[in-house]
Design a protein around this ligand. Structure first.
Ligand code: SF4
Length: 188
């Protein structure tokens, strides 16, 4: 971290355990990619050297849900695939997060048909919606940063009276700025 260069060898730092835990959590959000269509290509692009999602500690894509805490749904989801997606979500580690990437995952997109799920939030709790068809990799990174800010603020999603996880429902603005973080709207 470079701290050792600024501090003497016998320096003692004090902090709170929850801050250390949150720092570790926000710096190691491991995605479980559920990429079914073209949005998945943009998802892959975030790992390339240009976008370098490793800067945020999220380069470790896990294809085992038990080793992941961020589900990224990228692309349209067929009705037949939904039980598979739900099973993956249930097998993921807690606390877990969900990003719905692109118009198809969030609304069905142009596929207004009975065979395509018209929004995965009908079946799993979505924390961040990323608009676009497809969203650029910067938008996905913006979504990951939004989750990091929630973890920083100890915004672990509460559970409802029925014991089910409450979604955060954060909607990123279309065409998020690439220079500074965009505003977020909780519950919209
Ligand atoms: S939102 Fe657009 S780019 Fe993404 S999966 Fe749907 S059609 Fe493809």
């Amino acid at each position: 971290m470079g701290l050792e260069a600024a501090l003497t060898a016998d320096t003692i730092l004090t902090t709170q355990l929850r801050r250390v835990v949150n720092w570790a959590r926000r710096s190691s959000i491991w995605p479980m990619p559920f990429a079914t269509a073209c949005c998945g290509i943009e998802l892959m692009a975030t790992a390339c050297s240009w976008y370098d999602v490793a800067r945020f500690g999220s380069e470790a894509m896990r294809f085992s849900p038990r080793q992941a805490d961020l589900l990224i749904v990228a692309g349209r989801v067929a009705a037949k695939m939904m039980p598979v997606l739900q099973r993956i979500y249930q097998q993921m580690a807690e606390p877990r997060w969900v990003i719905s990437m692109g118009a198809c995952a969030s609304t069905g997109g142009v596929f207004d048909t009975y065979a395509v799920v018209q929004g995965v939030d009908q079946f799993i709790p979505v924390d961040v919606y990323i608009p676009g068809c497809p969203p650029r990799p910067e938008m996905l990174i913006e979504g990951i940063m939004a989750i990091q800010r929630i973890i920083d603020n100890e915004g672990i999603p509460p559970k409802g009276p029925d014991g089910k996880r409450l979604p955060l429902g954060i909607a990123l603005q279309q065409g998020a700025a690439r220079i500074k973080p965009v505003g977020i709207t909780v519950g919209s």
